[in-house]
Structure formats: structure tokens, C-alpha cells
Design a protein around this ligand. Structure first.
Ligand code: HT7
Ligand code: ZN
Length: 896
């Protein structure tokens, strides 16, 4: 397949003004009549009309009502003899397709006897021939005809304008979308569904009907999604003055979906995972994710739907911005400052464990890529999460109010248009002409064009006589594929100084007119710059990159004592947490180095990586009277194996695993009494509420149980495993029940088997809960190579299906992508399994297969024998002649 280049963008040769679609739904053969009005784009030289199509059977093409000549060239329908002149002409295309056989879940497909569509990015061409690109925006009228008994509910975008009965037990519905839209936002749903409904009056006084459609039987799991939608609507009004522009806003849930959800105009389609929840079946994390994904899709109504992307290279224009918006929404919903900080830490953890490795690996690409082969491969953590950080830095540089002004200008200029990342950045800068962003805009935009994670080195020098503290910051960025050298970025570095007694020092930055505060934003623009703080009486500990103000790796030569001071006193909760992570990481790296040459098998190292000072500090955090439970749980969570691995030049995954397990064992033992206290003090039995305070208490109680069960493994004690089993049985909500189950499974205790059996029996009819059951086992700690055989056993379970993406993710991905200690086996069996599953999935669903293919992105960092075996496994996949473009692109880049 050919690469597509951003530099080759050309406006379309034709515009499509109106589209009338008429569907006769039948799983085996759906008939689609597509009547369009088109006109030539006078700005582009006259040329043939080339319409995209995929897996369609073409029956008829009429131009202005008459038959016409046409060619099929590859996947395109080519029409050369079209009316000349600027006037509109009518084009009618009649095709059929087979939704029942659509296992790719792109275009029109059937899931559990219900029709759904997924058109982003290029799925609409699997429904009809079209100019399937985001800058072609048209007005849609959609008529759906189907059997009334099998498909009583018929939905599409916009407003229902007509409906009624037809012959032979069929009925119809006609929908008109009042907004022009690109084809990727088209949606259709038809099936036996029921809806939770709520009518709201927005601040503007406009009334709206909100509906959440699910399968009958799931209605009792829709309250939280509806509440999240109501909150999201109110939040966008108050934070950005953005109102819901539709009379009716619908969410529909499906259990077969490649991603999380889709923002089709007025008819969002969701993975059930991000809709269905009640306290008995969903965890606190599920409740939080639902709020964030419902918010995300709703916010796309403006950032994506009203203003969309000119081309797919601009994907982060809508995705980075909308992730930023959903992150801010969740933080505002969390309320108090400490809960906001917890959310920020969680978001940064995702960025650092998933995006930083991507930025350092073979799939590294700028936030605005220069080329791609398969656009589906570019729905990445770089586009989404790093893109959100770029938007966040803009907000930091212009201030919260300035950013809101910039958003207003963006909509004033571009409402109803398909635009670029440049247009967005320009609007934010133009609304804030005095800002650093406006002054530095061309340089700032390197964040869009340069891939790779910058490294910022910070060095401090205290001059007691002059009472100054000079902070010198320098930046570098490693080469990435196709980009050997980088220019300096604009990096906002939020800084505070912590006095020896733990107090925050007021900051006086030399040469700055800013009023002294506790935190100052330094704007690093050069390769190396120094900033002088005056009036500093004693050597402070610098607290740098507060709130993680830029997506960079920060190198600071902190002593252990300085980190302990920050952990104890830093007023910035992010850096307080970060200090604990740095200490743990340092211990892990030292222990890994110390075990070099030792036998490399999980759990066989007799090391105690953590020193007494760290353990005492963790005890202080755990017992701290003023800190929130949720924050404590984050501080006490050790850096993940993959994050530790990213810090190493050469990675022996078994050594990393063994060292981290040793750290966990040590924390379990050294803090045993504290964990008992923590459990007793934080486990609740009252009614369930998913608020930050009670979910934090559940998280800490769950962590305590996990450590107590782990320590029981060492001592042989039966009390805590027994109590944990009882907790599992008695739990009043899924969070407590699942945490107890995970504690038993994670410690490898014999009681885990009966708990797992009971869990399956209780929830065998709930697919999302079964996903948890599968994922817990496939992601469990490996003890002597037992997980791979278990994974194979799970795949033979009657409840397993590779065709269902959620189920495939819960087993295959949980093992290959989220369980490094079990996956990286010296006998290479994990890699062999992985390559088999990539190929099996590729035949069903290339998009999901390509995600799995990313599991060995970082193979070149592996120590032998893993490195060689991993490369061979990738090469085995690459050797297959009939791979999808999706998987081909991933494995080719991995081997390049
Ligand atoms: N904008 C949506 C992207 C999406 C998607 C892309 C490719 C294939 C399937 C998909 N489902 C959803 C999701 C979002 O970011 O909101
Ligand atoms: Zn999105």
C-alpha cells in the first residue's frame, strides 16, 4: 500500500451539497440508494469524479436521472462524463452490502441482531460510494426501512421527521440532520432497543430530549451515563459557553466496537463498557471512565462536529483538544483540589507509560503526522494524550480565561468549517496578543511537527552571599524515525522553591514584573537558559515541572534527602507524588543493576531493593492524617514494569519483573501492621457512591488487602486470605468485590480458585463483568510460567470469542500488552502465541489486530534471548503475503 503525505493535500475537485440515503436493511443484503447533488469545485482544475468504495456491490449509477458510463479503478468509482459548468447535478448510486459478514466493524455491521455503523475514519465508503474525506461536508436526509418486529427502533442523525408502517411487516423512519457534516459523522442504528430518557432545559432556555439506548434488560445500568451527559452539557455551557445545538441527543451502546465510542452528530455510538454501570457490576474506575468518555464524545459536538478536520493529518485538532476538554471536565467534577490532583496524576501516568514509549519507538510520529499508510493506526496516544498536553501548554501560556477567549475566537472564525491545527493555534494566540504563546507561536508549533519526548535537565546553584538561586534548564530531544535532529521547543516549566523547613518560598524572578507567588511559569525556549530567583535566604529544594506542565522527561540530580523533603512537604501534589516515584524508580534501577549476571527467572532474586528511609516515608504517607486516601494509594503504587523498563537502555523483562515483585514483597512485609490499619480504617459497608472520597477509600482498602494477601504468602498466615474471601462474598459493590478477588488471585492463594468460580457463576450473563474475570486471570502475576497455559485455556472457554473486541482485549491483550512478566518468556512461547493471535485477528478485524501488533514495538531494547526471539516473531508476521495494510504498516515500521 502507498503512503499518503500531508504535503500532498489538495482540496476536493467536487463538493457534495446534499445526500439522500435510503436503506433497506437486511443482515445478508442491505440495499442502499444514495442520491446526491454535487457541483464542481471551481478552485480546482476540471477532472474526473473519483468516489471511494469498499466491499460494495454496485448495481446502478445515474447522472441527472440517466444512465452514464463509469469505471471501477481499484476501490474507486470513476465518472468522467459529468455535466460541465459550475451548476449542481444529481448523482444516484445504488449498491448492496452484507452487514452480517462485516467482522471488521467498520461501515454497517450487525451486533447481537442490531445494525450499527462506524464511519470514522474511512468506514462510510463501506456503505456507499462517496467522497469519503472530512472536508466534504453535506446535508443528510436518511430513510431507513426494516422489518418492524426485528428492528422496532430506527435511528439516524438529527431529527425524526417522518415514520410509519409499510407492507409486509416493514416500517420506516426518516431523519434529517440540520447540520452539514462530513461522512465520518454519519450514523445509523436499528434494532430492539430501549431508552432511558430525560428532558432538560439548558441555560439558554432551549429544551432537549436526551436518550440512552441499550438492549432490554440493561436499562438499570444507564443512570450514570445519563447523569454524566447532563453534567457534560452543563459544564460545556459554563466553562466555554458552548450550548447543545440539537433538539435530541442520543447515545446507543453496542458490545461489538473497535474503540471506546464515536461522536456521530446527535447519535453517539458507544462501546457498552463506557455506558453500562451499576454498583453491583461496575467498579469505581468504570464509573470514572464512563463520565470521561460520555463527556469526551459530547464535547466533540463542538470540537470535531461543528468544527472538524480538514484532513486526517489534523486528527489531533479534534482529539487532542477533546481529550484536554474531557480531562478538565473530570477534574472539575472531582471538585476539591486534592481530587483534581489525583486525576492529573492518573492522566500523566497514562501519558508516561503509553505515550512516552510510543514516542521513543518505531511508531513515533508528530502530533500532526507527515504521512501514514493506514489512518486507523494513527488513533494513538500521541494524537490523543500528547495532543491534549499541547493544548494544556497553550492554556498554561495564555491563562485559563485567555484560553476560553481563544476558544470563542476559534468558533467565531471556523464554525461549520473543516480546518487545521494551525487555525486552532492561531485563534488561541490571536485572542491573547500579549501572551508568550503569541510571541512564540511558530516555535511553539514545533510541538505539532517534531516527534519524540524532549528531555529537560535542571541544575540549581544557590549563592548564600548573594541570596540567589539560579536554575539552569537545558533541553534536548532524541532522534525519531525520519527526524534525526530537532529544534528547541517552547517548554512551560512551572517551578516552586521549597525551604529547608518545608515552607513554600515566595518567588522573585529577576527581570520579571510578575507579582511574587509560590509558583512561577518559566518559559524555556533556548537549548540552555538560566533563571535567577532573588531574596533566597537558605538553599531550597526546587520543585520543578509542577502539575507536569509539559510532556517532557525531567532530569534533576536530586539527592534522596531532597526527594524525601519534597515527598513530605511539596505544596504541589503532583510533585509530591513524583518525588515518591523517583525514589522507587531509583531503588528499582539500582537493584536491577545489582542483579546483573544473576539468574534471570521471575521471583528468584533474593534482593531487598527498598531502603529503610523509603519504607518509613511510605508509612508516613499511609498514616498521614491529612492526605486523601486516593492520593495515598497513588503514592504507594510502585512505578509499573513498563515504566521502569523505559528508563533502561537494555531491558531484561524478567529482571524488571523480579525486582518489582521483590519491592512489593518488601512493602507487604515491612508495612504489614500499617496495611492492617489501613484496611480497617478505610473499608466501608455503607451504600455505594462513586464520589472521589469514597472511591479513594475503596482503592486504599483494596491495596491494603492485596498487600496483606501477598504477605500471607510469605508467612503462611490464613487469616487475611480468609478475610479477603469473606469480603469477596459479602461485598456490597463491584469495586470491593473485585478488589478482594484480585487480592486473592494476585497473591496466588489457593482460595483464588473458588472465588473465581463463584464470580463466574454470579456474573456469567454479564459480558462486561466476564471481561473483568478473563482480564484478571490473563493479567495475573506469573509464577513459573503458568499464565500462558492459562491464557490458552481461557481462549478455549465457551465464553471466549476472538471476534468480540472487548473479549479479545480482556484475554489476548491483557496477556501480551499488559503482563510483561508473563509475556516475555525465555522460551519465546509468549511471542509465538502473540504472532499467532495477530494473524488470527487480522483475518477478522485488521484494526484490532494492528493494535495487538504494537505489543512488541520496543523489541530492540530487549536483552537476549528476548530480543532475537521477538524480532523473529515480528518477521514471521511480516512474511505473510496477505496481511492487512494495518498490520503491515506496524510490523514494517518495527523491523525498519
Ligand atoms: N473519534 C472516535 C474515533 C473512533 C474510531 C476510529 C477508528 C475506528 C473506530 C473508531 N471508533 C471511534 C473516538 C473518539 O475519539 O471519540
Ligand atoms: Zn475523540
Amino acid at each position: 500500500a502507498q503512503a499518503i503525505y500531508r504535503a500532498d493535500y489538495q482540496a476536493p475537485a467536487y463538493w457534495i451539497d446534499t445526500v439522500e440515503l435510503c436503506f433497506d436493511l437486511d443482515p445478508a443484503k442491505t440495499r442502499v440508494l444514495n442520491r446526491m447533488t454535487l457541483r464542481r469545485n471551481p478552485a480546482v482544475p476540471a477532472q474526473a469524479l473519483r468516489l471511494d468504495g469498499e466491499d460494495l456491490n454496485l448495481a446502478r449509477v445515474l447522472v441527472d436521472g440517466a444512465g452514464t458510463s463509469f469505471k471501477l479503478e481499484g476501490a474507486q468509482l470513476v465518472l468522467e462524463n459529468l455535466p460541465e459548468g459550475p451548476g449542481p447535478f444529481a448523482l444516484e448510486i445504488f449498491t448492496t452490502c452484507c452487514p452480517a459478514k462485516n467482522t471488521k466493524l467498520m461501515g454497517l455491521f450487525v451486533s447481537q441482531d442490531t445494525f450499527f455503523t462506524q464511519c470514522e475514519a474511512e468506514g462510510f465508503r463501506r456503505i456507499t460510494y462517496f467522497l469519503d474525506r472530512p472536508d466534504v461536508m453535506a446535508s443528510y436526509t436518511v430513510t431507513i426501512r426494516a422489518d418492524k418486529t426485528a428492528y422496532p427502533v430506527l435511528l439516524s442523525n438529527g431529527n425524526l421527521v417522518d415514520s410509519g408502517d409499510l407492507d409486509e411487516g416493514r416500517h420506516f423512519a426518516r431523519w434529517v440532520d440540520p447540520f452539514r457534516k462530513p461522512s465520518y459523522l454519519f450514523a445509523l442504528v436499528a434494532g430492539k432497543l430501549v431508552a432511558r430518557e430525560q428532558r432538560i432545559t439548558a441555560r439558554s432556555g432551549r429544551e432537549h430530549l436526551l436518550q440512552v439506548y441499550v438492549r432490554p434488560g440493561d436499562l438499570d445500568k444507564t443512570e450514570h451515563a445519563m447523569q454524566s451527559l447532563v453534567h457534560a452539557i452543563a459544564w460545556d455551557e459554563s466553562r466555554f459557553g458552548l450550548h447543545l445545538d440539537l433538539d435530541r441527543f442520543m447515545i446507543v451502546a453496542t458490545s461489538d466496537f473497535n474503540m471506546g465510542a464515536m461522536e456521530n452528530k446527535g447519535l453517539n455510538i458507544f462501546n457498552t463498557k463506557y455506558v453500562l454501570a451499576n454498583p453491583a457490576t461496575a467498579t469505581d474506575a468504570d464509573f470514572g471512565n464512563i463520565e470521561s468518555v460520555v463527556g469526551h464524545e459530547y464535547f466533540h459536538n463542538w470540537t470535531g462536529d461543528r468544527v472538524t478536520c480538514r484532513d486526517w493529518f489534523q486528527l489531533s485538532l479534534k482529539e487532542g483538544l477533546t481529550v484536554f476538554r474531557d480531562q478538565e471536565f473530570s477534574m472539575d467534577m472531582a471538585g476539591v483540589e486534592s481530587a483534581r490532583a489525583v486525576k492529573r496524576i492518573e492522566d500523566v501516568r497514562v501519558l508516561r507509560t503509553a505515550q512516552f514509549p510510543e514516542d521513543a519507538g518505531p511508531m513515533a510520529h508528530p502530533v500532526r503526522p507527515d504521512s501514514y499508510i493506514e489512518i486507523n493506526n494513527f488513533y494513538t496516544v500521541t494524537i490523543y494524550e500528547k495532543g491534549a498536553e499541547v493544548v494544556r501548554m497553550m492554556q498554561t501560556l495564555v491563562g485559563k480565561d485567555g484560553f476560553a477567549k481563544g476558544m470563542a475566537l476559534y468558533f467565531e472564525r471556523h464554525d461549520g468549517q473543516a480546518v487545521t491545527c494551525d487555525d486552532f493555534a492561531q485563534a488561541i494566540a490571536d485572542a491573547n496578543p500579549q501572551s508568550d504563546l503569541a510571541r512564540l507561536l511558530p516555535q511553539f508549533k514545533r510541538w505539532y511537527s517534531q516527534a519524540g519526548t524532549p528531555r529537560v535537565k535542571a541544575e540549581g546553584a544557590f549563592d548564600a552571599a548573594a541570596q540567589t538561586y539560579v536554575l539552569t534548564l537545558s533541553q534536548t530531544c532524541p532522534p525519531t524515525p525520519g527526524q534525526p535532529a530537532k529544534e528547541p521547543f517552547v517548554i512551560p516549566v512551572r517551578v516552586g522553591l521549597v525551604a529547608p523547613d518545608g515552607r513554600a518560598l515566595p518567588l522573585h524572578l529577576q527581570g520579571s514584573g510578575a507579582a511574587p507567588g509560590d509558583t512561577h511559569t518559566l518559559v524555556l525556549t533556548q537549548e540552555r537558559e538560566s533563571f535567577t530567583f532573588t531574596g533566597v535566604q537558605a538553599e531550597p529544594v526546587p520543585s520543578i515541572l509542577r502539575g507536569f506542565s509539559a510532556p517532557v522527561v525531567l532530569d534533576v540530580d536530586y539527592s534522596d534527602a531532597q526527594l524525601l523533603a519534597l515527598l513530605a512537604h511539596d505544596a504541589d501534589p503532583f510533585n509530591r507524588w513524583e518525588a515518591g516515584q523517583r525514589l522507587a524508580l531509583r531503588s528499582a534501577i539500582n537493584a536491577i543493576a545489582a542483579t546483573a549476571g544473576a539468574e534471570s527467572a521471575a521471583g528468584t532474586f533474593d534482593v531487598q531493593p527498598l531502603d529503610a528511609a523509603y519504607i518509613d516515608a511510605m508509612r508516613s504517607v499511609l498514616r498521614h492524617p491529612a492526605l486523601d486516601a486516593a492520593f495515598k494509594e497513588l503514592v504507594l503504587t510502585l512505578p509499573s514494569e513498563s515504566y521502569i523498563a523505559e528508563q533502561l537502555d537494555v531491558v531484561d523483562p524478567q529482571r524488571v519483573h523480579a525486582v518489582r515483585e521483590a519491592m512489593r514483597t518488601q512493602l507487604a512485609q515491612a508495612l504489614a501492621a500499617d496495611w492492617q490499619w489501613a484496611y480497617e480504617a478505610h473499608h466501608d459497608n455503607g451504600a455505594y457512591q462513586p464520589d472521589p472520597v469514597s472511591s479513594g477509600r475503596r482503592a486504599l482498602a483494596g491495596m491494603a488487602l492485596a498487600y496483606l494477601c501477598l504477605d500471607a504468602r510469605r508467612t503462611g498466615d490464613a487469616v487475611w486470605p480468609g478475610k479477603t474471601l469473606q469480603r469477596f462474598k459479602d461485598a456490597g459493590n463491584m469495586t470491593d468485590r473485585f478488589n478482594a478477588l484480585a487480592a486473592l488471585v494476585g497473591s496466588g492463594h489457593a482460595l483464588a480458585a473458588q472465588a473465581l468460580q463463584r464470580f463466574h457463576a454470579l456474573f456469567k450473563d454479564d459480558a462486561l463483568v466476564l471481561d473483568k474475570w478473563f482480564a484478571l486471570q490473563a493479567g495475573a502475576t506469573d509464577r513459573g510460567g503458568d499464565i500462558l497455559p492459562l491464557v490458552k485455556q481461557l481462549m478455549a472457554h465457551p465464553d471466549f470469542s476472538l471476534k468480540n473486541p472487548n473479549r479479545a482485549r480482556s484475554v489476548v491483550f491483557s496477556y501480551c500488552s499488559a503482563n510483561p512478566g508473563a509475556f516475555h518468556r525465555a522460551d519465546a512461547a509468549g511471542y509465538v502465541f502473540w504472532s499467532e493471535q495477530v494473524l488470527a485477528l487480522d483475518a477478522i478485524n485488521p484494526q484490532v489486530a494492528a493494535r495487538l501488533a504494537r505489543a512488541l514495538d520496543r523489541w530492540s531494547k530487549l536483552a537476549e534471548p528476548y530480543r532475537h526471539a521477538a524480532r523473529e516473531a515480528i518477521a514471521r508476521i511480516a512474511a505473510k503475503p496477505d496481511l492487512s495494510n494495518d498490520v503491515r504498516e506496524v510490523v514494517s515500521r518495527a523491523l525498519a
